[in-house]
Structures are given as C-alpha cells and as structure tokens.
Design a protein around this ligand. Structure first.
Ligand code: PLP
Length: 440
C-alpha cells in the first residue's frame, strides 16, 4: 500500500512517468491526451524544451534565496513582464506558490489597505454562491461550493454570498441580458446595503467560473455592472483568474474580454504551466501606494515567495506563449473544439449546455434536457465519466457538486494551448464514448 496520503485513500492511480506535448505517459507506456491540463494548469503541454532549459539554468545557478533578504532577476523580470501586459491600474505583483495562497494574500491585502486608510470597519467579503477560490481556510470561506465547505464550516470566516451569473439556469426567457444584469446588480446593491456599504471590504468573483461550473462565462455587461457598483461604494474588486487567466480564454487576462479591470487579480495555474508551482496577485497602484505610504510593509508572507526557479519557469512559459502567438491557437482551436462539441452533442439527450471561451470549455450534463433536471448525485456520473475516459487514454475534468441544493454534473475541458485539429477530434471522440457509456 502507498504511504502517500493521496486525496483519495481508496483509489489507485497510474504512475505518471513522462510527457510528450499534450500527452502524459504512465509507467506502462500508456498515453493520455491531457484535455484538461490537469486542472487547467498544463497550458504548454508536458515537454516544452525552452521551459525545461530555463528551469535547469536557474536551478543550476542558485537553489534558493529568501525574499526577506534578496530579490532575484527572474522575479523582477517576471513582474515587469506581467505588469506591462496587465489591465489598467495594475502596477505590481506579489508572488506566491499557488492559487489558494494568491486568494489568501489578496484578501489580506484588501484588509490591510482599509486598515491603512483608517477604515478598519471594512471587513466583509462578498462572494458568489457558484464559485471556487481554493482550499485554504480563507479561500474556502469565499468559495460557494457547499460540499467542499460542509465539514469545515465551523472554521470558516463569515463571507456572504450572492447569486452567480448563471444564465442557462437562472435567466428567464423574458429577461434580456440587460434585465438579467440589472437584477443581479440590484441583488448586490441590496446585499451591500444590508451589510452597510462602509463595512464591506471586497467583492470576489471568477470572470469565467471553472471548477464549480464547467467554464461558465457571465453575460455581456455583468462584470462592468459589478465593477461600477463596487467603485461607487468604495469596495475593492478581486478577480480570481487562477483558472481562467493567463491566456486560457484567448486573452492573457480573462477580464480583458469583459472590458473591466480590478483592484486585485489572482493568477496561478497557467502562469507556470505546471513546470513549477507558482501563483501571484496583481496589485493596483492605489493599493501599493497606500501600503507604501502607510506602514510600508505588507503584513504577510510565505517561505517560498518569488522562488527564483518558479519565476524563471513562469517567465519562460509566458515568453513561449507570446513568441509563438499561442493565444491565436487558443482562439482557433477553442473555436474548432466548440464547433465539434456542438456537432457531437447538440442533439444528445443528456448534454444540456455547452459553454466557455477559448480553450476553457464546459458541458453540463442533465437527466432531462427540457426540465434541466440534474442526474441523481448518487450515480456519481462525473466520477464514472472520468474513470471511463482515463481507461480510454483521455484526461478530462468532470465535477459534481451541490449548488443551491441542486446537484450538477459538469465536464471541464482545458487542453494545452499547443493542440492541433487531430487532438480536437480525439478529445470529442473519446469524451463522447465516455458520456454515452456512463449516462445509460
Ligand atoms: N481559484 C480558482 C478559481 C481555482 O480554480 C483554484 C483551483 O482550482 C484555486 C483558486 C486554488 O488554487 P490552488 O489549487 O493552486 O491552491
């Protein structure tokens, strides 16, 4: 028996030993097409020579230097690279080791910002019910995914939640996008009023919801409205682009497509593409200037902040994406994948919705397409689809979960940005076989 405390203590996993472009290879030589980038991480595939060389060069020159003593060239260069391409108003970067740490750090930055400004009463965070922001306690408290929170509820800070922008289930046939946005905007306004606007610190949301919803974008105008409401009340907007950022939706930052910027933007996954663990918070000039003019010190920190090897890997990843114009491929292959998914599943009795942007696509599975009734959770459909697909050499990211008492099965697709048309065909063929075999 394995001595590793794996996430499942009953399942047995194949041993991953190699990578070849968008494929992972196990110890028996079996190849798996990585149609989900693990968890939307591996955006450059598994064998990028330039990134591997950059990691090797950096680790050969220096193992580790603590950020309380030194900065490093890779960290400075990566910060410059990201800020030069960031949405308006962002002017610095705080590096961490992953998505949850990025969200925790953003929450603490927001809090310290208001303490420094003499508004210590601002401490409430508003999040959305259908969301995932990570598994550490602060991040878990902001997430709205009931089954992830359930047993940890007594340990969570009191974040309150408003409705997600989930048009397929929530927008009525008589509502225009504008009406729907106005309704959700009013809900946020009412929520803020109930808490007292001066007590609210931040509103946090994923521009395209990943793990809890299978690549769910908002309707047009939603984020502009939320941003406007936050600004009017002096509330910080935190965008969690841990999954949807770094090119996944076809633009470097997902919020570019919403025409909004934010006070804090959390990124991770695609930043280092899995070659090293790294995440970051993109910070507005206003927040940086406030802390700088105040105590001059962000009261937070982790041992591996700005690890030089992780920064070197991320810089190489981001340069590869830019130099090879891989975002053009994200848009082209994303369009093709959407088209093929529609061809294959539009008349499928149990595929209710196909959605997403770029190479961040999702399917929602239902028992009944007309009523949108989800499958009985006891069937654990998502887990069976994952197992079937793996058996057949395909990695996809199926999720089930209870949202507002409603169980839903989603499949998230987030393949590497380097895929070609033959990979799109393989994804759709194998996914179709897995769904057909498991829904009966
Ligand atoms: N935020 C979002 C939107 C995520 O999808 C995730 C992970 O899936 C996280 C935060 C947490 O990131 P990590 O697992 O790197 O801690």
């Amino acid at each position: 028996m394995s001595h590793v405390f794996h996430r499942s203590l009953t399942a047995s996993y194949p041993v991953a030993t190699g990578g070849d472009g968008p494929y992972l290879i196990d110890a028996d030589g079996k190849r798996y097409l990585d149609a989900c980038g693990g968890a939307a991480v591996s955006c450059l595939g598994h064998s990028d020579a330039a990134v591997i060389a950059a990691v090797q060069r950096q680790i050969a020159s220096m193992a580790y230097a603590h950020s309380a003593f030194f900065t490093s060239e890779p960290m400075e260069q990566l910060a410059d690279f990201l800020v030069a391409r960031a949405p308006a108003g962002i002017d610095s970067v705080y590096f961490v080791s992953g998505g949850s740490e990025a969200v925790e750090s953003a929450l603490k930055m927001a809090r310290q910002y208001f303490v420094e400004r003499g508004q210590p009463q601002r401490r409430h965070v508003i999040a959305r019910r259908q969301s995932y922001h990570g598994n550490t306690l602060g991040a878990l408290a902001t997430g709205g995914n009931a089954w992830r929170r359930q047993q940890f509820e007594p340990l969570l800070i009191g974040v309150t939640h408003v409705s997600p922008c989930y048009a397929w289930r929530d927008q009525s046939a008589y509502e225009t996008d504008g009406d729907y946005v106005a309704r959700l905007g009013q809900e946020l306004e009412d929520h803020i009023a109930a808490l007292g606007a001066d007590n609210v610190m931040a509103f946090i949301a994923e521009p395209v919801v990943g793990a809890t919803a299978g690549a769910l974008p908002a309707v047009a105008g939603y984020f502009a409205r939320m941003r406007d409401i936050c600004q009017r009340h002096g509330i910080l907007l935190i965008l969690d682009e841990v999954m949807c950022g770094m090119g996944r939706t076809g633009s470097l930052f997902a919020c570019e497509q919403e025409g909004v910027t934010a006070d804090l933007i959390c990124i991770a996954k695609g930043l280092g593409a899995g070659y090293q663990p790294i995440g970051a918070v993109m910070v507005s000039k206003d927040i940086r200037d406030t802390v700088r003019a105040g105590t001059g010190f962000f009261q937070h920190g982790h041992t591996y902040i700005g690890h030089a090897t992780a920064c070197a890997a991320a810089l190489a990843v981001q340069r590869q994406i830019e130099e090879r114009d891989l975002l053009a491929n994200v848009r082209a292959m994303g369009g093709l994948l959407q088209e093929r998914l529609h061809q294959r599943f539009d008349s499928h009795a149990h595929v209710g919705d196909i959605r997403g942007r770029g190479l961040f696509l999702g399917l929602e599975l239902v028992q009944d397409r007309d009523t949108k009734q989800p499958f009985d959770p006891a069937r654990r459909l998502h887990a069976r689809i994952k197992a079937h697909a793996m058996q057949n050499g395909l990695m996809c990211y199926p999720m089930g979960g209870t949202i507002d008492g409603l169980h839903g099965d989603h499949i998230l697709l987030a393949p590497p940005y380097i895929i070609a048309a033959n990979h799109v065909d393989e994804i759709v063929d194998k996914l179709g076989a897995a769904i057909d075999a498991c829904v009966v």
